[in-house]
Design a protein around this ligand. Structure first.
Ligand SMILES: Nc1nc2c(ncn2[C@@H]2O[C@H](COP(=O)(O)OP(=O)(O)OP(=O)(O)O)[C@@H](O)[C@H]2O)c(=O)[nH]1
Ligand SMILES: [Mg+2]
Length: 314
């Protein structure tokens, strides 16, 4: 992972013929396991995961190499009925991601089935022209006969090239999926250098890691009312890095909850984030978190830009 975006690499070929490359968008209802699957297929954590809905807010690209193919997975925000401006930006972004992809992967949580948002997404997919595949996830949680019924019902609604049944959690079924994708992508040069696994600048990934810990630790509306930015990044002579981040919340009452009694909440978030960051960066991390109230950050175009989202004007 690098600080800046990389330019496309030159054509790669090896003894076994031409390379393939392309973009695969994962779309689905929120909590279907899109981010978990991207991390599994890339083989490293490139995008954050939580048990809460609406964890992913912008498109994160995770890059994997399989056979001769470089597969660029586009993790997208879950699709749901939007209420706030941020929600609208997230859902628009998810559908926009689908438009840019060579292959679209619809992820369905097998346990939840087609209820609610999955049905709306199937409807929306009818308008999408690219090849689509169906991926039933969380098969560790359901009986095989229910899976077959679900596969049949989804295939009745939309024409899928193929159906896969996987568990992003255990890795079951993932090799078949990778074999298929690698062969399905068009011939062409790789888009990124061979060792790159994400396009997210490190400062932004670091902010996301802290946001993940916040999602895991805080409840009710707080995770949805908060936003994290990395403000300072200082490499030190002793090989460690000093990172300063700001957690923006909307109200003073939320700031109190984010800090917790005697600062317990912020301390726990900071410790968990620091631990993971030092593992990812492979260097000691000094992490400083500040909580600031910014009342209308959810209506501030600059915050959307920072997150990599377009600002919806209405
Ligand atoms: N049992 C089981 N749980 C899974 C599997 N895949 C994901 N999960 C869990 O499902 C929850 C949601 O996972 P995410 O990867 O954050 O889901 P998402 O689709 O990216 O969600 P949003 O970003 O909110 O749209 C987490 O608690 C995961 O651990 C799976 O194959 N089996
Ligand atoms: Mg996600």
């Amino acid at each position: 992972m690098t600080e800046e975006h990389n330019t496309p690499a030159e054509t790669h070929t090896n003894g076994e013929g031409a390379t393939r490359s392309g973009f695969v968008a994962l779309i689905g209802a929120t909590n279907a396991g899109k981010s978990t699957l991207v991390n599994r297929l890339v083989g490293a954590k490139v995008t954050i995961v939580s048990h809460k809905v609406q964890t992913t807010r912008a498109i994160v690209r995770g890059i994997a190499i399989h056979d001769n193919a470089q597969i660029v997975f586009m993790d997208t925000p879950g699709i749901f009925k939007p209420r706030r401006r941020l929600d609208r930006a997230m859902v628009t972004t998810a559908w926009g991601g689908a438009k840019d992809a060579d292959v679209i992967m619809l992820l369905i949580d097998s346990e939840r089935g087609l209820k609610g948002d999955a049905e709306t997404i199937l409807e929306g997919l009818k308008e999408v022209r690219q090849p689509k595949i169906l991926v039933l996830n969380k098969i560790d949680r359901v009986r095989p006969e229910d899976l077959l019924k679900l596969a049949a019902a989804a295939n009745e609604a939309v024409t899928f090239e193929r159906t896969f049944m996987v568990s992003a959690l255990t890795g079951s079924g993932c090799t078949d999926l990778m074999d298929y994708l690698a062969a399905a992508l068009p011939e062409g040069p790789w888009y990124y250098p061979e060792d790159q696994i994400s396009d997210l600048p490190m400062r932004q990934l670091a902010a996301e890691i802290t946001r993940e810990k916040l999602f895991l630790r805080l409840h009710q509306e707080l995770p949805y009312s908060s936003h994290v930015e990395t403000e300072k990044w200082e490499e030190r002579k002793d090989g460690s890095v000093r990172i300063e981040q700001v957690i923006y919340v909307e109200r003073d009452s939320q700031k109190k909850i984010a800090l917790g009694k005697n600062g317990e909440a912020i301390k726990a978030i900071s410790m968990a984030s620091r631990k993971e960051l030092s593992e990812i960066l492979e260097q000691p991390v000094h992490l400083f978190l500040f909580v600031k109230v910014r009342e209308n950050w959810g209506d501030d175009p600059a915050r959307f830009r920072e997150m990599g989202l377009d600002f919806p004007t209405s």
